[in-house]
Ligand binder design. Structure first.
Ligand code: GTP
Ligand code: MG
Length: 325
């Protein structure tokens, strides 16, 4: 792509043209295919403009109702005239096809709205967490001027850690009867929410679950680094009940971050953390490539005791670093 074409595309995307946004996001989503110069030029402009979007991470076990809830959040945010982008992270496994389709279907009603951009990414990072693509797409959407960027991820291990590190506000969604989650929360394993959302509030057991979550939060006295005390709320994403109140708490959390000066700090940390994700991703891909091409011979030598694993690894690293990226 010529520099001039990129400039025109960026201008159109910034003006809000969804097709241009979609094209631009596809370019940064696949940096290896697009070329580092093209991606670098686009990101240089967008990163300078960015740092203003409110990033909301939505995490929780499969099927708790994240996508249904996000669809309702989009509607509420649109009422306030915010421009909203959603990134759906789908673990790249054959089992996740249902989730991938579910995410799409449940947010479909917004696809005609020019103030809403939704991108599902069937990618996963090398450590099981976020991928380089997710990091770049997030920064690009921020630079394009979206007010709210919602990241949906199936809560699990490294992905959860990544979500905390890139989000201003983390919604941890649980559903009634989620005994394991409550235990995890008690054990300090699930201390990752700014707002705990008990979804499926239309079910009778929801009140008990909400009470359990509140009890744990009070008992443990969790306080986030910004000084925010995590809150809990019951909603029904399907019925739409409690969602307006939830949006109120989300905005309260944003106000809090801005008041204590933590909003910019999250952006700063996100960009540094994101860089480490991208670096690892590039390195790991390159290591894999070298390993596939030349690893066989090296592994044969190791297996026969001709060289040791450390020396073999250093040799591979030298090959990895021998090429300009
Ligand atoms: N009763 C009830 N069902 C709900 C509610 N919210 C979502 N569901 C249902 O729960 C199922 C899963 O909803 P999704 O929104 O796809 O859940 P998800 O967490 O995005 O699922 P994954 O992306 O696969 O992890 C669907 O059948 C929804 O209709 C709710 O508030 N009440
Ligand atoms: Mg979903």
């Amino acid at each position: 792509m010529k520099a001039n074409d990129a400039t025109v595309l960026i201008e159109k995307a910034i003006s809000g043209d969804l097709r241009s946004i979609s094209r631009l996001i596809s370019i940064v989503e696949f940096p290896a295919e697009s070329g580092s110069e093209v991606v670098g030029n686009i990101m240089k402009i967008l990163m300078k403009r960015g740092g203003r979007a409110h990033v909301i991470g939505v995490t929780g076990s499969p099927g708790v109702g994240k996508s249904t809830l996000i669809s309702k959040l989009i509607a509420m945010f649109r009422k306030k005239s915010y421009r909203v982008a959603v990134i759906g992270i789908d673990p790249s496994s054959p089992f996740s096809l249902g989730s991938f389709m579910g995410n799409r279907i449940r947010m479909q009603i917004h696809t005609q709205d020019p103030g809403v951009f939704i991108r599902s990414m069937a990618t996963r990072g090398v450590r099981g967490g976020l991928s380089a693509s997710t990091v770049l797409v997030l920064e690009a959407l921020d630079g394009l001027g979206f007010d709210k960027i919602i990241v949906e991820s199936v809560g699990a291990g490294q992905t959860d850690v990544d979500i905390i590190n890139i989000s201003h506000t983390v919604l941890n969604v649980v559903m009634p009867g989620a005994g394991d989650e409550i235990q995890a929360l008690k054990a300090g394993l699930m201390e990752i929410g700014d707002i705990y959302v008990v979804n499926k509030g239309d079910k009778p057991e929801a009140d008990i679950t909400l009470k359990e979550v509140i009890d744990v939060l009070n008992y443990e006295g969790f306080v986030r680094e910004s000084g925010w005390k995590p809150r809990a709320i019951k909603v029904s994403a399907v019925m739409g009940t409690g969602v307006e109140e939830l949006v109120g708490i989300i905005e309260e959390h944003l106000d809090h971050l801005k008041k204590v000066g933590f909003f910019e700090e999250v952006v700063r940390r996100r960009r540094i953390y994101g860089s480490s994700i991208v670096l690892r991703h590039i390195l790991e891909n390159r290591v894999d490539e070298i390993f596939r091409k030349e690893g066989g011979e090296m592994l044969r030598l190791v297996s026969e005791g001709e060289i040791d694993p450390y020396t073999a690894s250093i040799k591979i690293m030298n090959r990895v670093l021998g090429r300009a990226f």
